[in-house]
Design a protein around this ligand. Structure first.
Ligand SMILES: [Zn+2]
Length: 496
């Protein structure tokens, strides 16, 4: 036992160190590395990645994980137990899938995003179809290799991204949305709002947007000694420890609110990891427990705090001060209505809070049918367009604004989409629980987001990934997942 533990801890230390440098490289690449640096960096990266792989797949290390997993009840440290369980689960793919099939699939998915992006640009699904077929063929085999007594089929993929959430939970969730939300969305979006051309057609200088995002860092008490804000093509959060978690945003001069809500969204993600208990920094438990819980934090900060009237009552004057010309004559009420407008749209990433989950529901149904074999990849565009018509009442005219819009499947991420919708639903349930302990509206009006951060730290963030999503939900809200909080939240907000 002692020896295996020692080996495990030694390897963990090495894996963390290599992981850190790979992380640093990719952060640099995404944010400020000059274009010409790519070749040299790639060369160094390949050497490092090879060494990294050797360590992660060292027989000595795998043996230690296996042994410790088989002797879990002899381990006293609760966190270590959780860590070993997660390590064993992560290694299952390497152990159960034949090596040549796995390598072939890795090559396939590393090239697929290129094929996808070409097909998307040329608006031609048939260019992408053969690649996508291979991806789904592999995933149908994968679920056979990984099946257990409890988990089979699509459930295996769902559980990989959100532990404990399978079709049982998701069917309940999405059926609730189908019944309660689909008719409501049709009703709310039947009438289109009109907004001042200043908001819809204005030009908002980059430098001023940057100034406001910097201001938001202090508003949200995102600790500048532990994080920073840069720019990238697509906003993201990237961190390694509670002392270093960074975010990016993107400034569009024709869109004032995009960078504002991206910055707040990413700060929600970053606060989660910065507020992890530092004792996890040197372990594999640092970070968020799941994609769904992570997304619940970003969306709660972005949508529930960041788009509220209380929030803008305090911060709109600052925004108007910075954009004194651009926002002249735009009242607080108009601005708040503008950032909460809802309309039916074809593109998921541009969807608003009300309609977003319906975009996800469509992808969930399609993934389920593809993995079950009920739907063929060649029939995908037709099925996609029909579901958009059924749930959102609109039909894509081309595959570019339909089935070709998302990158996810090309990277092999199947079972990932549902966590996005789940995150919003978790957020609504967590918000209700938090509001019992502290008056959120009052905290926002007092510009006291620190009080909110203290609550999220105590009930969610500090646990890092030492608890499962279901356990976190139970700790934070004292009840199991209940999608009605989400439906009620949206109905309250969008009822006219
Ligand atoms: Zn996010």
């Amino acid at each position: 036992m002692e020896n295996y533990l020692k080996t495990y801890v030694e390897y963990r230390k090495k894996i963390k160190a290599y992981g850190y440098f790979v992380w640093l490289m990719s952060w640099d690449q995404e944010t400020e590395a000059p274009d010409a640096s790519v070749e040299y960096r790639t060369k160094q990266y390949q050497v490092l990645a090879e060494e990294f792989y050797k360590i992660e797949s060292a027989p000595e290390y795998l043996e230690a994980v296996d042994y410790l997993f088989a002797h879990l009840d002899e381990i006293d440290d609760k966190d270590l137990k959780v860590e070993i369980k997660q390590a064993e689960k992560a290694l299952r793919m390497v152990k159960k899938v034949p090596k040549d099939e796995l390598l072939e699939y890795q090559v396939l998915t590393s090239q697929a995003s290129h094929v996808w992006s070409k097909a998307k640009n040329e608006n031609n699904f048939s260019m992408y179809q053969p690649t996508l077929e291979k991806i789904f063929v592999f995933n149908r085999k994968l679920v056979k290799y990984l099946e257990t007594d409890e988990l089979k089929g699509y459930d295996i993929l769902l559980d990989m991204f959100e532990e404990g959430f399978t079709q049982k939970e998701y069917n309940l969730f999405f059926n609730t949305l189908k019944e309660k939300l689909v008719p409501f969305v049709k009703e709310v979006t039947a009438k289109k709002d009109k907004f001042s051309r200043k908001l819809t057609k204005g030009v908002f200088p980059r430098e001023k947007q940057k100034q406001f995002s910097e201001y938001l860092i202090d508003v949200f008490a995102y600790d500048r000694t532990r994080g920073l804000l840069k720019e990238s093509a697509h906003p993201f959060t990237s961190g390694v420890t509670s002392t270093d978690t960074r975010i990016t945003t993107h400034y569009y001069e024709n869109n004032l609110t995009s960078s504002i809500f991206s910055s707040i969204h990413e700060m929600g993600h970053a606060l989660y990891e910065i507020q992890n208990d530092p004792k996890y920094d040197d372990t594999f438990l640092h970070g968020g427990t799941s994609l769904g819980i992570h997304e619940s934090q970003s969306r709660m900060y972005e949508n529930m705090f960041g788009r509220s009237k209380a929030f803008w009552t305090v911060h709109y004057p600052k925004l108007q001060e910075i954009f004194n010309k651009e926002l002249k004559g735009i009242t607080l009420d108009e601005f708040v209505a503008f950032v909460n407008k809802s309309e039916r749209s074809l593109i998921r990433v541009e969807a608003d809070e009300l309609t977003y989950a319906l975009h996800i529901m469509i992808r969930y149904e399609i993934e389920k049918e593809l993995i079950d074999g009920k739907l063929k990849v060649k029939d995908l565009p037709k099925r996609w367009n029909k579901l958009y018509y059924d749930y959102l009442g609109i039909r894509p005219k081309t595959d570019k604004e339909g089935v070709l819009q998302d990158i996810h499947w090309s990277g092999g991420a199947i079972g990932y989409f549902p966590t996005y919708a789940l995150g919003s639903a978790y957020a609504a349930q967590i918000y209700q629980a938090m509001n019992k302990d502290l008056n959120i509206e009052e905290a926002l009006l007092n510009n006291n987001i620190k009080a909110i951060n203290a609550w999220t730290k105590e009930h969610i963030h500090k646990f890092a990934s030492s608890k499962t999503p279901k356990e976190i939900l139970m700790i934070a809200t004292k009840e199991a997942f209940n999608p009605m909080y989400y439906v009620d939240y949206l109905k309250n907000k969008y009822q006219r």
